[in-house]
Design a protein around this ligand. Structure first.
Ligand code: PMT
Length: 400
């Protein structure tokens, strides 16, 4: 699985740096191409000569590579890699990555890299447990970077606890399964809708809802991480798509979202409609700001197209169509009704009665109701993990 893969290893200053020699050898033996970039502090723990010999490539250590002032191109390194593994990731490097500090070649490469990033922390137990480090790790995970959990055991300080970098064999397995995962949806094109829609009343007002786009963007990231080509049609949202396999199309209204979905639906194998689409929009949109007059203002509304229902009518045998149901009462019955009416393979139910679920939160709590009658319920978890649960259901359906 690693044959021909381009692995860029970033080494920062930690005693665990010596283990990267073994890891580099494992990657090269498995047929991967390996390049190494080191922070100045990493030189105290392992030499560039060792890593250049094992990786069969010159090691990149500074912005300027020779006396002639030749420039080391961090952008090129970042674009070259299929994956950027930062191991060991010291507390200092993690903090700088989390805050966009760019005072060495490794950090400049990190900011330039478009490929997935994995980081394997290595530090003393108290440094790892410190709120600042934990917050920085969470920030990196929020950027979509993948944490390779440190182990517990004897540390360089002589203390015992969590902070030992994962062993080279464990990191090798993580990278290997990362590439395996990338194959599962390779060749599939997926349509995802996310965020709210805004229905204009006049130039300054609209009818909208509280959707942040977090759930839909998390699904887009998870699908892309499994190798799918994602077309993400998003209503107004400040979320950022993190994977280069995602093409984002911005829309504002339900009508625009419907139009964009129709353009691409026939080219997709999977569609997941997560957007909170307005069910009604003003019949008339005033071209000038509506002035205050009288106690009552009536705005006449018409029903918008139900995008999911329309796609359900067009659905071909080989296409998978997945919808969401956001409910406040009779949750399961309402979700089942929607699944049937809209011709879905499964529906993801989330209820506003569950604390931490639904709009705006970083977490969600879902049940997946399948059209064959089966039901799977999950606990409250980060939207990133919820997205992974949904992707796993899709992979299961594709492989039965
Ligand atoms: O964006 P976040 O802040 O992370 O919040 C996530 C979420 C709560 C918005 C998400 O998890 C969710 O529940 N999305 C669906 C919200 C919704 O509009 O549910 P609904 O039960 O009203 O709609 C049922 C389904 O029909 C949905 O798949 C919806 O996208 C679709 N629909 C609805 C109306 C319409 N005109 N067109 C549609 O396609």
């Amino acid at each position: 699985m690693l044959e021909g893969r381009k692995i860029l290893i970033g080494i920062s200053g930690s005693i665990a740096a010596y283990k990267i020699a073994t890891l580099t050898r494992l990657f090269v033996k498995a047929g991967a191409q390996v390049k190494v970039v080191m922070t100045p502090a990493a030189h105290d723990f392992v030499t560039p000569v060792t890593l250049a010999t094992l990786s069969k490539n010159p090691v990149n250590t500074a912005f300027v590579k020779n006396n002639a002032g030749e420039w080391t191109n961090h952008v090129e390194l970042g674009l070259w890699a299929d994956v950027f593994l930062i191991a060991p990731a010291s507390a200092n490097t993690i903090a700088k990555m989390a805050h966009g500090i760019c005072d060495n070649l490794l950090l400049a490469t990190y900011l330039s890299a478009r490929c997935p990033v994995m980081f394997a922390p290595a530090m003393d137990l108290d440094m790892l447990a410190h709120t600042a480090t934990q917050k920085n790790i969470a920030i990196l995970q929020g950027f979509g970077n993948n944490l390779i959990e440190p182990n517990s055991g004897e540390l360089a300080s002589g203390l015992e606890g969590k902070g030992r970098m994962a062993e080279p064999e464990e990191i090798f397995q993580c990278i290997n399964s990362f590439f395996n995962k990338q194959q599962l949806l390779k060749g599939k094109t997926v349509l995802i809708t996310a965020g709210p829609t805004y229905e204009h009343i006049d130039p300054v007002r609209f009818i909208g809802n509280h959707s942040s786009g977090k759930m839909g963007f998390a699904i887009a990231d998870a699908m892309a991480a499994h190798g799918a080509k994602v077309i993400l049609i998003a209503g107004p949202s400040s979320q950022q798509a993190k994977n280069t396999h995602i093409t984002r199309i911005n829309v504002t209204s339900a009508a625009e979202m419907f139009e964009e979905c129709l353009k691409v639906y026939s080219k997709t194998e999977i569609a997941i409609l997560c957007a909170a689409v307005a069910d009604y929009a003003p019949v008339q949109v005033s071209t000038s700001k509506i002035k205050k007059a009288g106690n009552l203002l009536n705005i006449e509304l018409h029903q918008t197209k139900d995008i999911l229902k329309e796609l359900g009518k067009l659905k071909k045998k080989k296409q998978l169509l997945i919808g969401f149901a956001l409910e406040t009462d009779n949750e399961e019955a309402n979700a089942l009704k929607k699944m049937k009416e809209k011709n879905l393979d499964f529906i993801v139910l989330n209820s506003l009665n569950d604390k931490g679920a639904g709009f705006g939160f970083d977490t969600n709590q879902i049940s997946i109701l399948h059209h064959n009658g089966t039901k799977k319920s999950f606990g409250l978890k980060p939207k990133k993990d919820v997205a992974q649960d949904i992707v796993e259901q899709i992979i299961q359906l594709l492989h039965v």
